[in-house]
Design a protein around this ligand. Structure first.
Ligand code: NPQ
Ligand code: MG
Length: 369
């Protein structure tokens, strides 16, 4: 198909509750969605940016700039027959992975619709439902964290991830274990520790966590390898796995035993699938991370998580975990078995509610040749 038009929107979506991690706190999701048009069809993608460069270096402004000035011109007017061709056209751009995902995933949706195939099918997905968990932000006190976890457990989430940082770690994990017993539990540090904290992290070994996610610096595979040798608990890398090459290096070095794949962080669904394939070959479990996406990015994540190597529950919660009202119909709901159903319709398989999108759009640009 010849890509006739690309539309980029910046959204501001209020979160149901503020989300706090070791790198900060957010109460409004500032993100970008991309629409690609051809032959009367519209494909939707999301660049799950945020206002500041805290999780990774991109921001709403850098994504906007790179999408408008550099990525859209590489794709507009081009004949694209398969997603791989789109990834190849965007390959000259180094970095800016969230922006790349925004545009590449819009093309996946568009091609899926034209071929009458779901994104999950196109990727090689084999599951009808994907196992999910919930990521619980840092709270003001341990009792409120315990209440929060209790509510999510009641809602049906059967894997709990808590965020940790120095001063909010061993004590907290210990009290969660005391209250909830041996539930599937993991901890995500978002790079808040250094190797000097190996003692604290080793103290977590007593609590049978499924994994400790990204304890050390976002760009340090060597220190993670040192740390993993000192821990019984598997480490999982998130921020550090910015590409297929980083995944190869991390596995070769022994920096982790599990990988969190976020298609945005690695630069698109094509790269995400390549990392999945590599890990599957090596028997390394993967799971799909989340970046508080709207229903558009969420749909792409669900499609990805339907691949056979995603053997651990993903951070793909229901729309209602984050938003009062999502921008897609139907919204994503959690099933009673802690899964989310993979849409089977063409493309992302959910309808984008343009009126709803208009209501949360801060700026919009339409690019045509
Ligand atoms: C993680 N996500 O696994 C990320 C962190 C993350 C669900 O824990 C705005 C506010 C954007 C918070 C992107 C989860 C964010 C954000 C990513 C948190 O590390
Ligand atoms: Mg993480």
């Amino acid at each position: 198909m010849r890509i006739e038009q690309i539309e980029i929107r910046e959204l501001a979506m209020p979160l149901v509750v503020p989300f706090e991690t070791s790198f900060g706190r957010e109460d409004v999701r500032q993100t970008i969605v991309v629409a690609a048009r051809s032959e009367g069809l519209v494909g939707w993608g999301e660049a799950a940016t945020s206002a500041g460069p805290w999780y990774e270096y991109e921001t709403v402004e850098t994504c906007w700039h790179v999408l408008v000035e550099f990525m859209a011109p590489l794709i507009l007017g081009q004949e694209i027959a398969e997603p791989l061709a789109c990834a190849a056209m965007l390959a000259p751009v180094r970095g800016h992975h969230l922006a790349k995902m925004g545009l590449e995933s819009a093309i996946w949706d568009l091609l899926g619709q034209s071929e009458n195939r779901s994104v999950a099918q196109m990727l090689g997905g084999s599951r009808e439902r994907v196992a999910v968990g919930v990521s619980v932000g840092i709270q003001d006190s341990v009792p409120s964290l315990l209440d929060c976890i209790g509510e999510y457990w009641e809602t049906g989430y059967r894997r709990i991830k808590i965020k940790i940082r120095p001063g909010w770690d061993v004590q907290v994990v210990s009290q969660v274990r005391e209250r909830f017993g041996d539930i599937p539990l993991m901890a995500d540090a978002n790079s808040a520790y250094t190797l000097r904290d190996a003692g604290v992290l080793a103290a977590l070994d007593g609590y049978e966590l499924m994994m400790i996610e990204q304890p050390l610096a976002y760009d340090d595979l060597l220190d993670h390898a040192d740390l993993q040798r000192q821990l019984r608990t598997p480490t999982c890398l998130d921020e550090s796995i910015s590409s297929l090459a980083a995944a190869r290096a991390g596995l070769r070095l022994g920096s982790c035993r599990i990988i969190n794949i976020k298609p945005g962080r690695v630069g698109g669904l094509t790269a995400a699938k390549a990392i999945h394939d590599l890990c599957r070959q090596q028997g390394v479990p993967v799971w799909c991370g989340g970046m508080l996406e709207t229903g558009i990015g969420r749909a792409h994540n669900v499609a990805l998580a339907s691949l056979p190597g995603f053997t651990l529950p993903g951070d793909i919660s229901a729309s209602s975990r984050y938003f009062h009202q999502d921008v897609v119909d139907p919204q994503f709901d959690i099933n009673s078995d802690s899964t989310i159903t993979v849409p089977t319709g063409p493309g992302i398989g959910v309808k984008v509610l343009v009126d709803r999108l208009d209501a949360v759009t801060r700026r919009r640009v339409v690019i045509e040749r």
